[in-house]
Design a protein around this ligand. Structure first.
Ligand SMILES: Cc1cc2nc3c(=O)[nH]c(=O)nc-3n(C[C@H](O)[C@H](O)[C@H](O)COP(=O)(O)OP(=O)(O)OC[C@H]3O[C@@H](n4cnc5c(N)ncnc54)[C@H](O)[C@@H]3O)c2cc1C
Length: 425
């Protein structure tokens, strides 16, 4: 059983072959220096390279090494924080514009898959399941909110209707939506990298940025080289650590774990999720799962409450899966891995400028599969002279997390609070 969160994941084991990229070992110039080859960075790189900009992407490890190559693959609607929190800050009208941006984020995935022929097992349909009967009213309110925002592809399912679709009796109903779904996240990310390089971007792998200069012109230094550019896009998200001190306290990395079973075969897989939708419960500390293209159950959740890694991830996660599908006791766990999710204090993504030419976006708070690509695109829009939509999102204010000795204890306390809230609500 793999032990480390960096263990071979189902995604790396089933990744499409893709070229290795060089390491930066000299000083180069570019129009745009992008830090991070995940959805945020690659999306910006792709947009800009297509528009004729000379783009250099610096990646600490390999393409998709971060959250983009290890997530649950669930393509979600809207923002993790919900509309009300955004409306409280920006007003209802501007919050609706943010929702429209999030809707475009999902379409962007479809468009890129089609345009660049990215083979990544895309499937549609999403079930948000309620663990408590009294939460049914919340589903109706959620549907009404989406209807009012113009997103009309959802319906509330009763417990009996849901049990026709998902082979468990633990839920009391669900909101089903047709405009969200799932895919193979790493193969999508590799497809973005392929498209960006085909458009002329140069990706440097194994080239961790150790220092940036936000002056004019901005530059990023690695152990063996430096990129000096007219603009910089920072897409390091939870994996950026302390590289850019001003961004360190703006997000908190939270660990999430995923397991993938052995292939179950069509019949057994359909008995779990009849129509192959993505499924999640509505808890703060969410369980999320789906059937993969080769009929495995891929089950994620169980955010870490401390920085200690469980000694055996598979054994740690399997009881959680059996809590939903007890009949899977005999099923082998083939893969277990984890990754860092960047959360913000209000769970709304954080974006802005560190100088007039240095942009950043991060903190999608567990809902970045679609949003990260969109924020990358919006940073590219800024560089091309259209900052309106980015500036709308950048108006959201965030309380920074404390640094220093209080950082981890506070995370542990916050997670325990949310676990308790999930249990009691
Ligand atoms: C286990 C897990 C499950 C998740 N499930 C879902 C889900 O189902 N649905 C959903 O919507 N979201 C999910 N997420 C969140 C989603 O994956 C992220 O929001 C999204 O991938 C963020 O993309 P990104 O490009 O901003 O960051 P990342 O993909 O993390 O990319 C950042 C990249 O920057 C690189 N980097 C960092 N520092 C440096 C440096 N100093 N120099 C050079 N490179 C650097 C890293 O190596 C990394 O490759 C999940 C995340 C995890 C970890």
């Amino acid at each position: 059983m793999p032990k480390s969160i960096d263990a071979l994941s189902y995604y790396t084991a089933t990744a499409h072959p893709s070229p290795a990229h060089p390491t930066l070992n000299s000083d180069v110039t570019a129009d745009v220096c992008v830090i991070g080859a995940g959805y945020t960075g690659l999306s910006a790189a792709l947009e800009l390279a297509k528009a004729g900009y000379k783009v250099a992407v610096l990646e600490a490890k390999t393409v998709g090494y971060g959250a983009s190559g290890r997530n649950g693959g669930q393509i979600c609607t809207g923002f993790s924080a919900g509309q009300a929190k955004i409306a409280a800050q920006l007003g209802k009208e501007d919050a609706a514009k943010c929702f429209a941006i999030a809707e475009e984020a999902k379409q962007l995935i479809i468009d890129r898959i089609n345009e660049h022929k990215i083979d990544c097992d895309l499937a549609w349909g999403y079930l948000h399941c309620i663990p408590k009967a009294h939460q049914l009213g919340e589903l109706h309110a959620w549907k009404e909110e989406w209807d009012a925002l113009g997103y009309r592809d959802s319906e509330v399912l009763t417990k009996a209707e849901l049990e026709e679709k998902v082979g468990t009796r633990i839920y009391h109903g669900a909101l089903r939506e047709g405009g969200a779904g799932h895919f193979h996240p790493l193969n999508y990310c590799l497809g973005l990298a392929r498209a960006a390089t085909a458009a002329g971007a140069v990706i440097y792998e194994n080239s961790p940025v150790i220092e940036i200069d936000t002056g004019n012109p901005p530059s990023a230094r690695t152990a063996e080289g430096k990129v000096t550019a007219k603009f910089m896009v920072i897409g390091g998200n939870a994996y950026l650590g302390r590289t850019v001190p001003k961004l360190y306290g703006r997000v908190m990395p939270v660990t999430s774990y995923i397991i993938a079973t052995e292939p179950l075969g069509e019949n057994r897989a359909r008995a779990l999720i009849r129509d192959g939708e993505a499924v999640a419960n509505t808890n703060f500390i969410v369980d999320y799962y789906r059937i993969t293209g080769d009929t495995r159950l891929l089950f994620g959740g169980r955010a870490a409450y401390s920085t200690l890694e469980p000694p055996n991830l598979g054994a740690y996660m399997k009881p959680r899966m059996l809590g939903v599908f007890p009949d899977l006791k005999d099923v082998r766990i083939d893969y277990a891995w984890g990754g860092y999710i960047a959360i913000t204090s209000n769970r709304i993504p954080d974006c802005g400028r560190l100088s007039p030419t240095v942009y950043y976006a991060h903190g999608y708070s567990g809902q970045g599969v679609a949003l990260a690509g969109m924020y990358g695109k919006l940073m590219a829009e800024c560089i091309r002279g259209q900052a309106e939509r980015f500036d709308l999102l950048a108006r959201v204010k965030h309380l920074p997390f404390p640094g220093g000795a209080m950082r981890t204890p506070l995370l542990v306390a916050a997670m325990l609070f949310y676990r308790l809230r999930d249990a009691l609500s």
